[in-house]
Design a protein around this ligand. Structure first.
Ligand code: ADP
Ligand code: MG
Length: 251
């Protein structure tokens, strides 16, 4: 693939509900990078992510994709350029895998999705095209969700705890598969996870959120070296302690 995914910029982005969900976030995400957004429940991760594809509109500030404000133009056109994968991916139960993957291009009146190529991309057998979603495992369904998100040719992927509902082994495998796909297609990926270990293993850069703000911003190596602030160090410590306890069990 020639073309690389777009860069994203958050400029003073704020969203309030009853209280502040996201407060004055400034951040630039490089084209083609894989960025993880970590932090506790309610930190504002999903809200920040959803302001990129305008499922949430900011109260103030703006989000720019390749320099263009996402607020300009129609939201449905914006969303066609952005893949969105979330935990309960919501495949249509009465449609086949192929129909699910092809749904968005079909609704948009675009050229039909190349279902065979998309299934191959997410490493599912071509024969799965005719199956119902209910005839797939959880991991296979998530991979169909990724294929569906890629069906419009989107180069920017937003992933909100995409593998959160999967068992650890499947989750590890599908995470690494996704990372390889990210490389191969030259995507820009922004992935929410509450799991620091997953972020450290998959991402180029990790943003730590707490109370609506970015309180840590570093590469995995910098995080592991303790150079990304208190919140980040605390999350890294949990992941490291778990790994140590498992090592100790082996002794
Ligand atoms: P995270 O994804 O990090 O768990 P969220 O972005 O979902 O956090 O939520 C941040 C804060 O905003 C939370 O306090 C949450 O309750 C609140 N919030 C999120 N979405 C809504 C909504 N649609 N209506 C009201 N409050 C919301
Ligand atoms: Mg969330």
């Amino acid at each position: 693939m020639d073309e690389t995914g777009p860069d994203i910029r958050f400029e003073g982005v704020t969203k309030r509900y009853a209280g502040a969900a996201v407060s004055d976030v400034d951040c630039a995400i490089a084209a083609g990078s894989f960025v993880a957004l970590v932090g506790g429940s309610g930190a504002g991760k999903s809200t920040l992510l959803r302001m990129v594809n305008r499922l949430v509109e900011p109260d103030s500030g703006r989000v720019l994709i390749e320099g263009a404000d996402v607020a300009e133009g129609a939201a449905h056109l914006l969303r066609r350029r952005i893949g969105y994968v979330f935990q309960s991916i919501g495949l249509m139960p009465h449609m086949s895998v192929a129909e699910n993957i092809g749904l968005v291009p079909r609704l948009a009146g675009d050229a039909p999705a190349d279902v065979a190529a998309l299934l191959e991309m997410v490493e599912l057998p071509a024969a799965y095209a005719v199956r119902a979603p209910s005839a797939l495992s959880g991991g296979e369904r998530q991979r169909v969700g990724v294929a569906r998100a890629l069906a419009t040719g989107a180069k920017l992927m937003l992933l909100d705890e995409p593998f959160g509902a999967l068992d650890p082994v499947t989750r590890d495998a599908i995470g690494r598969r996704y990372r390889a796909l990210h490389e191969r297609l030259g995507l820009t990926s922004l992935m929410v996870t509450h799991d620091m270990a997953e972020a450290l293993l998959l991402a180029d850069r990790i943003l730590v959120m707490a109370k609506g703000r970015i309180v840590g911003d570093a590469t995995p190596a910098e995080m592991l070296a303790g150079r990304a602030g208190e919140e980040a160090s605390a999350l890294v410590a949990v992941a490291a302690r778990q790994a140590e306890r498992i090592e100790a069990l082996k002794a």
